[in-house]
Write a protein that binds this ligand. Structure first.
Ligand SMILES: Cc1cc2nc3c(=O)[nH]c(=O)nc-3n(C[C@H](O)[C@H](O)[C@H](O)COP(=O)(O)OP(=O)(O)OC[C@H]3O[C@@H](n4cnc5c(N)ncnc54)[C@H](O)[C@@H]3O)c2cc1C
Length: 396
């Protein structure tokens, strides 16, 4: 019976353990935390966006973007769905392709994976941090590094896997936080802390327009958060790492053009002559944002509709549809959902996930230089790469 050690009891390690144990290998999981699957438990705001029905290499960032294809072709959505159904983990497929457990609870995913692994005889060593990769390689037939990334340091995120890889001469692609919030160089943004809009964000890199996303935008005491921000964070984080100038433009009311918005403001001013400018704006945006926006334009908060002229309405509309902020940093690894960079995939076999530098040493999940977009893609790769390792070890 083959002796397999899996370092890391997260998504990729658990899936790998299950498929190895099904082939009657002796599988041991070593997990530094008191319990496994901490990131699964907090994922998707406790709901776990477990995968996506539409997955392609375009959903991932890596120095070697086609690396994901072999594992995802073998264990993509259909194969994951079949596995999930076989263990009683029913899925809720949303119209946009995102997939959640039917229970709507990440706990179900963590529990079912662990209980299934236990039932197959997988041995769990929790509270056990591995530091000596060579010692593990000497003791076991195969060693799987499933240690994840530096993201979410309070959940156990670290760079141990990269250190293990370096022992065998692997190159590490520089890591950076992704799916992460931004620090803004702006006092007015801080003053709007707690205010939220469903808006549009455009990212500028070195003053050139890069990309636009829409969704939740939340001002915070350090800068800005929300799904729209997370969606542009990968490109922004790489640019910051390369010392590029990064800024964003926020459109607080994407359903209006600037011209239509100023016409709207003037029309309401005409209909409601006793209104202040704030009374007009709160029909469109949260009051905290409205007051700060008016102050930013050095207009009086007491400005009445009667005294509002076309020039003022245009200035207000322009700022509401194109409010520029300088991004000074990301909110860091601790708050990031994932990390980009990692073990260089050009030195790992994309079919088997075996190191090309050291036989019987495997990598799966986020420790590798593969990071997905928001939408269940990071778990999709964790499952696919964990499955690929199990297939490779068990057919050897
Ligand atoms: C807040 C948050 C929300 C997220 N939401 C989603 C989502 O909804 N959908 C999605 O697709 N992705 C989501 N992700 C990303 C997803 O959780 C990860 O991509 C995925 O867990 C990676 O799996 P992994 O097995 O590579 O690493 P992990 O799941 O991080 O597992 C690695 C394990 O290795 C352990 N470990 C590390 N070093 C050692 C060591 N030296 N010895 C022993 N054990 C060690 C760690 O404690 C950890 O348990 C989210 C992440 C976070 C932080």
């Amino acid at each position: 019976m083959k002796k397999i050690a899996i370092i890391g009891g997260g998504a990729s390690g658990l899936l790998c353990a299950i498929f190895c144990a099904k082939e009657s290998s002796k599988v041991e999981i070593f997990e530094q935390n008191q319990r496994c699957a901490k990131k699964i438990l907090v994922s998707g705001n406790g709901r776990c966006n477990i995968t996506n029905t539409n997955i392609s290499q375009d959903d991932f960032f890596s120095d070697n973007s086609s690396f994901v294809n072999d594992s995802l072709n073998h264990f993509g959505f259909k194969e994951f769905e079949k596995f999930a159904l076989s263990v009683g983990l029913l899925l809720d497929i949303k119209d946009d392709g995102r997939v959640y457990p039917l229970s709507n609870e990440a706990k179900s995913v963590a529990k079912i994976l662990q209980e299934y692994a236990k039932s197959l005889g997988v041995i769990f060593h929790t509270d056990t941090k591995i530091t000596d990769i060579k010692g593990m390689m000497n003791k076991y037939d195969s060693v799987v590094v499933a240690t994840g990334s530096e993201a979410g340091t309070h959940l156990g995120g670290n760079s141990d896997g990269q250190e293990f890889a370096k022992v065998y001469g692997h190159n590490i692609v520089q890591t950076y936080p992704s799916l992460v919030q931004f620090h803004l160089d702006s006092n007015v943004a801080k003053k709007m802390s707690g205010a939220k809009v469903d808006g549009e964000v455009t990212l500028f890199l070195n003053h050139k327009k890069d990309s636009t996303t829409s969704g939740d935008i939340l001002f915070t005491n350090y800068g800005i958060s929300g799904f729209a921000i997370l969606d542009i964070s990968q490109r922004a984080s790489v640019a910051l790492m390369n010392f590029e100038h990064v800024s964003i433009s926020i459109n607080l009311v994407p359903s209006f053009t600037s011209q239509k918005l100023s016409a709207h403001i003037l029309k309401i001013a005409q209909n409601m002559p006793k209104f202040t400018i704030i009374d007009i704006l709160v029909g469109l945006i949260p009051i905290k944002i409205a007051t700060n926006l008016v102050e930013e334009l050095e207009l009086s908060l007491a400005l009445t509709a009667q005294n509002l002229n076309t020039k003022m309405a245009k200035k207000i509309a322009n700022l509401m549809t194109n409010w520029r902020f300088e991004v000074s940093d990301t909110h860091g690894f601790r708050h990031a959902e994932v990390s980009g960079g990692g073990v260089d995939t050009s030195e790992v076999n994309s079919k088997t996930m075996e190191s090309l530098k050291q036989k019987n040493l495997y990598f799966c999940g986020e420790v590798l230089d593969v990071v997905g977009k928001r939408g269940g893609y990071n778990f999709a790769f964790a499952w696919a790469s964990g499955r690929a390792v199990a297939r490779a070890i068990c057919v050897k």
